[in-house]
Design a protein around this ligand. Structure first.
Ligand code: 13P
Length: 247
């Protein structure tokens, strides 16, 4: 199973700042290649082009959000063709900030998953429960709903192009990562769901995200069914992101 270490820069960094971090990451990966790890950066859309160009093929890039249409009157939106044009090969779909701040419903998220895959973008589908849902014992129900609706309509052929990121909403940007027990439980549930949905569900990488730092990355990566990390705050500096890449 491959291991993916992904950076989600969210709404941070000007072009020059993005370019500087990207150059530092690429230089480090060139000097000291990582074995068995895929590195991936989701910069803001305005820097996708320069971060892709700086990669020298040492990491991949993706878009944090896009709209599922070829082109047309969708003010403010970005199409998959534009993502390809800027060198991106991945799309983040269903991030909790898209679900909760921008009110993206499961149906739109499913549409985005379908559209991205049909347009040759790999998809990282983000799922995760809120604190209220967890306290109401809704973990399995929420994950089942988010995953089955997100990948409904996908066939075995798409399995190679999908990754799932488990990001408990209460652990994102709070400085308080989920504990090992909580991560193990959620990732096992997700693996069960993926096995039920895809004959080859075993091969879909499941990443953990939520207050990942250099200090906890190694331990989290060692847990069963954890096949990578999706890092927010700690990916903004090359130094801490590279420590996580090499954790
Ligand atoms: P933090 O690592 O800042 O908690 O963010 C996690 C996240 O949302 C990555 O997509």
């Amino acid at each position: 199973m491959r291991t993916i270490i992904a950076a989600n820069w969210k709404m941070n960094k000007t072009h020059a700042q993005a370019e500087a971090v990207a150059a530092e990451v690429a230089a480090s990966l060139k000097e000291q290649p990582v074995q068995d790890r895929e590195v991936l950066i989701f910069p803001p859309a305005t820097s996708l082009d320069c971060v892709s160009q700086a990669s020298q093929g040492l990491y991949e890039t993706g878009i944090q959000n896009f709209y599922p249409a070829e082109d047309g009157a969708y003010t403010g939106e970005i199409s998959p063709a534009m993502v390809h044009d800027a060198g991106g090969t991945w799309a983040l779909v269903g991030h909790s900030e898209r679900r909760h701040i921008f009110m993206e419903p499961d149906a739109l998220i499913a549409e985005k998953v379908n559209f991205a895959l049909a347009h040759d973008l790999k998809v990282m589908l983000c799922v995760g429960e809120t604190l209220e849902e967890r306290e109401a014992d809704q973990l399995r129900t929420v994950l089942l709903r988010q995953i089955t609706s997100g990948v409904s309509g996908q066939t075995a052929a798409s399995v190679d192009n999908i990754a799932v990121a488990y990001e408990p909403v209460w652990a994102i940007g709070t400085g308080k990562s989920a504990g090992s027990r909580e991560i193990l439980e959620a990732h096992e549930i997700i693996r069960d769901i993926l096995r039920a949905v895809f004959s080859d569900g075993e091969s879909v990488p499941i990443l953990y995200g939520g207050s990942v730092k250099p200090g906890n990355a190694h331990e989290i990566l060692g847990l069963d069914n954890v096949n990578g990390l999706l890092v927010g705050g700690a990916s903004l500096e090359a130094k801490s992101f590279l420590e996580i890449v090499r954790a």
